[in-house]
Design a protein around this ligand. Structure first.
Ligand code: HEM
Ligand SMILES: *[C@@H]1O[C@H](CO)[C@@H](O)[C@H](O)[C@H]1NC(C)=O
Ligand SMILES: *[C@@H]1O[C@H](CO)[C@@H](O)[C@H](O)[C@H]1NC(C)=O
Ligand SMILES: *[C@@H]1O[C@H](CO)[C@@H](O)[C@H](O)[C@H]1NC(C)=O
Ligand SMILES: *[C@@H]1O[C@H](CO)[C@@H](O)[C@H](O)[C@H]1NC(C)=O
Ligand SMILES: *[C@@H]1O[C@H](CO)[C@@H](O)[C@H](O)[C@H]1NC(C)=O
Length: 333
């Protein structure tokens, strides 16, 4: 009884405090973000985003992986601030960097279409970085993955340079130690790294990104012995020697467009496409997590939700930093 009264008091105290804060840093959430940020300035926002993302996904299912990866690449370079969306006439913006070169055009197109709709409904109010965060959540749930409440209130960055990208994003040949270090630079843990790698349950990879594992692994093994042999054969058929740089394969050969825990089961079975995937099972530091997610999809979904919320807080700009871009591909003049 006494306990109940105390928690009710605590609740009142919290809501008073919230009422006193400026709206840009209200309520819950990390780093000045809040779940109800646009509830009065753009009440229909969530359904506008959902509808436009669904329309785009109905046209091409590639929308799903394209948007998810775009969000990740945005957040790891100068924070989740839509800097990756900027198109520079000099080809020197983030998106022009080597690491961002393979980001699929359908990801950018999705954000631009959602932004156009949102600008018609609530002009000048919603940031491109929040639209990308919402769209990333929506594509995961449209692929039968988990659904979560997205924290909002990010503002768009004022800088986008190709030269800022180097060293910020993980590479497919990295091992656990290097991957962990890259994630740590963005404030995420080794656990988050293993969890978010589960995004590779959807999408495509170009042959060139894992070609070496098939044909020139090391001086004693032409093909990486970590591969399941039948899988390596399949990959060699899809990606023959001297294959064109435009050819790509599904990253999850079992359920390529479904957001599920199959990625982890694949790793247990030697069906990891990149070294950076397979190593999560080979390395004792992360093997147990892979086994757990492979055995329990609910556990993976809960973890993915938490880690995506953390990813969405990386380097966010709130308050007076940044601005609300009118066109996601260009800075306001
Ligand atoms: C852990 C380290 C990671 C590495 C080394 C890595 C590397 C890569 C590479 C090389 C590709 C293939 C690109 C291509 O050939 O076009 C790819 C695709 C993809 N990555 Fe990652 N990635 C990592 C983590 C993540 C994370 C954290 C996410 C999202 C939360 C993510 C989402 C995706 C998606 C969805 C695709 C497919 C893109 C498409 O089909 O358009 N990746 N990744
Ligand atoms: C997308 O496709 C589904 C299934 O065909 C349909 O029910 C839905 O109305 C479509 N949504 C949009 C926005 O196009
Ligand atoms: C090649 O890789 C395999 C598997 O990791 C390893 O056992 C072998 O020692 C490597 N060979 C050389 C020369 O590094
Ligand atoms: C394939 O590439 C190798 C080098 O990786 C080259 O020596 C060979 O001539 C190429 N073959 C064809 C048919 O282009
Ligand atoms: C592997 O990791 C587990 C904990 O996940 C630990 O108990 C075990 O001692 C480790 N084994 C080796 C060989 O490092
Ligand atoms: C799977 O994970 C969920 C969430 O962590 C847990 O509640 C559930 O008991 C687990 N199921 C099994 C069969 O272990």
């Amino acid at each position: 009884m006494e306990k109940q009264t105390r928690s009710m008091l605590a609740l009142v105290a919290v809501s008073l405090l919230v009422a006193m804060l400026p709206s840009s840093q209200a309520a819950y959430g990390g780093d000045g973000l809040s779940k109800d940020y646009y509830s009065s300035s753009c009440p229909g926002l969530l359904s506008f985003v959902r509808e436009e993302v669904t329309r785009k996904k109905n046209e091409t299912v590639v929308t799903i992986p394209a948007v998810l990866r775009l969000f990740f690449h945005d957040c790891f370079v100068n924070g989740c601030d839509a800097s990756v969306l900027i198109a520079s006439p000099n080809n020197d913006a983030e998106k022009n960097s080597e690491d961002d070169d393979s980001l699929a055009g359908d990801g950018y197109d999705t954000v631009n279409r959602v932004k156009a709709r949102v600008e018609r409904e609530c002009p000048g109010v919603v940031s491109c970085s929040d639209i990308l965060a919402l769209a990333a959540r929506d594509v995961v749930s449209l692929a039968d993955g988990p659904y979560w409440t997205v924290e909002l209130g990010r503002r768009d960055g004022l800088v986008s340079k190709a030269s800022d990208v180097e060293g910020k994003l993980p590479g497919p040949d990295m091992k656990v130690k290097e991957l962990t270090a890259i994630f740590k630079n963005s404030g995420l843990s080794q656990w988050d790294m293993v969890v978010l790698s589960g995004a590779h349950t959807v999408g495509f990879a170009h042959c060139t990104r894992f070609y070496k594992r098939l044909y020139s692994f090391n001086s004693t093994h032409e093909t990486d012995p970590w591969f399941n042999q039948a899988y390596a054969q399949q990959l060699m058929e899809a990606c023959p020697r001297n294959v064109s740089a435009t050819i790509a394969v599904n990253m999850d050969p079992v359920s390529p467009i479904k957001f599920d825990n199959e990625y982890y089961t694949n790793l247990v079975n030697g069906l990891g496409l990149f070294t950076s995937d397979q190593v999560l099972y080979k390395d004792n530091a992360s093997q147990k997590i892979v086994q757990e997610f492979s055995a329990n999809q609910t556990k993976f979904f809960e973890a993915f939700t938490e880690s995506m919320i953390k990813l969405g807080r990386v380097g966010v700009k709130t308050g007076n930093s940044g601005d609300i871009r009118r066109d996601c591909t260009a800075f306001n003049h």
